[in-house]
Design a protein around this ligand. Structure first.
Ligand code: NAD
Length: 386
């Protein structure tokens, strides 16, 4: 069975789906691996490192696509690549099946089996395959570094002959995977950290990192679903959170927002007036920008200065740390492949909830109900506009 590692085609992408050490361990399990020349370069992995691991290097992308049985990718390949993939082959990666389902149509129509890492169910057995958590960890760390680099102040408390410097005040909104990593990073840099989350369970984790957890009385409503994720809140409950956030934001030096509700637009937690009441020089990093953002002023993908407050709305911070982002992703993918490959042969067990849960398309048809719905909506809009 043949696996191919492509050089990612998406503009600005620096990550690679599999690192040389993963290639080596998969070859030991009986796979044949071909790598596109230059695939790992931007993340610090040379063609020689892949060759030493036992891979065949080639610049012939078309033949890689048409001969592979398995294609681990970071992003969905472009349409012309999708059409070249062998029918029946499996592509696994961040395929964005719910935001951009139509971009997958060429692969779906050619009978490629698509497995989206975003749809891997977040059950205990799948934790080692949780690529969303891996990227959230990198993003949480990098958001603080970005803020520290731009803040016109230092982070730690310093006692010098020229006087004492007070520590930076960092406010983290949303204490999930990214938020907790942001808290830990800001603490390591010496900041005083406060955090807010609607899930009471987050309080203990926040405190264990040496930060203060801000409690809001939301009137005893349920804020968590069965899986431990935040629920969409009523406007009244959101407003109580906003009041506390606006008050805390007035004295913060850095605000990192990470609040998300799976499958919904990111909740709006900072209104324009809250930003206008912040001190000039404050840095806001909206990590929820890809889902619409937590701040009313957020322009996804753009950086702006509003009344002296710098607002960052990065869409893909992990690409700025490609070495470790690829290392974590490569490990997630390798763990996923262990489910798919048994004794060197492909074993697509649709009774396994991790495989069926992440499967977007199989045998020429979209199979995930949410993707089917999204494709129908796309087709309806397309028919109306043509
Ligand atoms: P996420 O990215 O969906 O959301 C980020 C945070 O925003 C969450 O903590 C959420 O509670 C918070 N939030 C949502 N609405 C809010 C609002 N209105 N105000 C304030 N905060 C709000 O979540 P995530 O980071 O992926 O993870 C959430 C939880 O799930 C964490 O406890 C995490 O440890 C857990 N988790 C479990 C698994 C697993 O078991 N496999 C995998 C990943 C995460």
């Amino acid at each position: 069975m043949r696996l191919a590692v492509l050089k990612e085609a998406a503009p600005g992408e620096t990550r690679v789906a599999l690192l040389p050490d993963a290639v080596k361990s998969l070859i030991a399990k009986g796979l044949e691996i071909a790598v596109e020349s230059g695939a790992g370069l931007a993340s610090g992995h040379s063609d020689e490192a892949y060759a030493l691991a036992g891979a065949t290097l080639t610049s012939d992308r078309a033949s890689l696509l048409s001969s592979a049985d398995i294609l681990p990718v970071v992003n969905a390949p472009p349409a012309e690549d999708q059409r070249r993939i062998k029918p029946g082959a499996i592509a696994i990666g961040f395929l964005r099946p719910l935001d951009h389902p139509a971009a997958l149509l060429p692969a779906i129509e050619s009978g490629v089996t698509l497995l989206a890492v975003e749809l891997v169910p977040r059950i205990t057995r799948a934790q080692a395959m949780d690529a969303l958590s891996s990227m959230a960890t990198v993003a949480g760390y990098k958001a603080v570094i970005l803020a520290a680099d731009t803040l016109p102040r230092l982070f730690p408390m310093l006692m010098t002959a020229a006087g004492t410097i007070a520590p930076a005040k960092v406010f983290v909104i949303g204490a999930g995977v990214a938020g907790l990593q942001a808290i830990a990073t800001a603490r390591r840099l010496g900041a005083v950290v406060e955090a807010y989350d609607v899930r009471a369970a987050a309080g203990e984790q926040v405190r264990s990192l040496g930060a203060k957890f801000l409690d809001v009385d939301l009137g005893g409503i349920a804020t968590e679903d069965k899986g431990g994720y935040a629920k969409e809140l009523s406007e009244e409950a959101l407003e109580r959170g906003r009041d506390l956030i606006a008050k805390t934001a007035k004295t913060a030096d850095v605000i990192i927002t990470t609040a998300q509700v799976p499958g919904r637009r990111s909740p709006l937690l900072l209104r324009r007036d809250a930003v206008e009441n912040m001190r000039p020089g404050t840095i806001l990093v909206d990590l929820a920008a890809a889902g619409g953002g937590n701040c009313e002023l957020t322009r996804p993908g753009e950086t702006q200065v509003h009344n002296g407050v710098t607002l960052f709305a990065p869409l893909n911070l992990p690409v700025t740390v490609p070495g470790h982002a690829s290392q974590l992703y490569s490990r997630n993918i390798t763990n996923f492949l262990a489910l798919l490959v048994k004794d060197g042969a492909l074993h697509l067990d649709m009774d396994d909830e991790i495989i069926s849960g992440s499967c977007v398309a199989h045998q020429g048809k979209a199979v995930n109900p949410r993707v089917v719905e999204a494709l129908e909506a796309y087709a309806a809009a397309h028919t109306q506009s043509s």
